[in-house]
Structures are given as structure tokens and as C-alpha cells.
Design a protein around this ligand. Structure first.
Ligand code: FES
Length: 149
């Protein structure tokens, strides 16, 4: 019998269902998630969506706190570049995500656990793809070393 690969947190990788927190802009990603639901597009159910009025409202502390609270991955989804309803919000979000990644690298934490995506409210299919991509990426990284329980 072949032994299952086991990660740092002693969770068999095959059984690993990553917990992902997605901070989604109300005008694009959140609407795209809604549309994906209406279109019955399937995407991993392990993503906890948090609605923000604009991706620019996300704070670095939200991203770090989500990881600290046991999320295996955190993402921010904002409007397409140039389409933010508050002009520069998605650019601010992009800078904050980049900064959070740098902070994580400095402490030896995989920065790939945090990512920024851009999409429009009509991109329900892309929303489902992003959720798949992020889940697959985190599955490869394994459970967060901060994972509780
Ligand atoms: S309104 Fe969507 S990112 Fe600003």
C-alpha cells in the first residue's frame, strides 16, 4: 500500500480541503459570484466570501488576520483595472496585497497564499476559475502552518 504524503500539520494532502477567504468588491467579484450561483456554475465550496464596498477598502491587517485565524489562503478580488467605481481602489488593493506578500516573505511564510485578482461583474465563469485556481494553488502549498485544529 502506498503511503499518503503528509504535510507539516499532519493532514494527508489528498484529504486537504483548503480554507480560503476571499475579500470581494461588491461591484465585480461579489456580483460575479452571485451570477455564478444563478448560472449554477460550480466552484469549490471552501471559499468564504467577504463583501467589501470596494477592494480598496481591504487592509493589510485583514489579510494577515485571516491567515492568523487559520485560513490557508487569502485573496482579494477587485474590478478590472481602470474600472473601479472609486477610481483608484483596485490599485490601492493591489499595492496592499503586494505589501502583505513582502511582509510574509520577510517572516518566511509562503507569499503565494495571498493573491489579488481582477474581474468584472459579468465574469461569472472567470470567478469560478479563479476559485479553482486559488484552491489548487493552496492545495499544492499544503495547510497553513498557522492552521488551528
Ligand atoms: S469598486 Fe470594485 S474595486 Fe473599487
Amino acid at each position: 500500500m502506498e503511503a499518503k504524503e503528509v504535510d507539516k500539520a499532519h493532514v494527508a494532502v489528498d484529504d486537504f480541503d483548503p480554507k480560503i477567504v476571499a475579500f470581494c468588491c461588491n461591484y465585480c467579484a461579489y456580483a460575479a459570484a452571485d451570477l455564478a450561483g444563478s448560472m449554477r456554475l460550480s466552484y469549490p465550496p471552501n471559499v468564504k466570501v467577504i463583501r467589501l464596498p470596494c477592494s480598496g477598502k481591504v487592509e493589510i491587517t485583514y489579510l494577515l488576520r485571516a491567515l492568523e485565524d487559520g485560513a490557508d489562503g487569502v485573496m482579494v478580488a477587485g474590478c478590472l483595472e481602470g474600472d473601479c467605481h472609486f477610481m483608484e481602489g483596485n490599485y490601492r488593493a493591489k499595492r496592499k496585497v503586494r505589501h502583505a506578500k513582502r511582509l510574509l516573505e520577510e517572516i518566511g511564510f509562503e507569499s503565494g497564499r495571498v493573491e489579488m485578482f481582477n474581474l468584472s461583474s459579468a465574469m461569472a465563469g472567470r470567478f469560478a476559475e479563479i476559485m479553482e485556481e486559488m484552491t489548487e494553488r493552496i492545495r499544492k502549498l499544503g495547510p497553513s502552518p498557522l492552521r488551528k485544529g
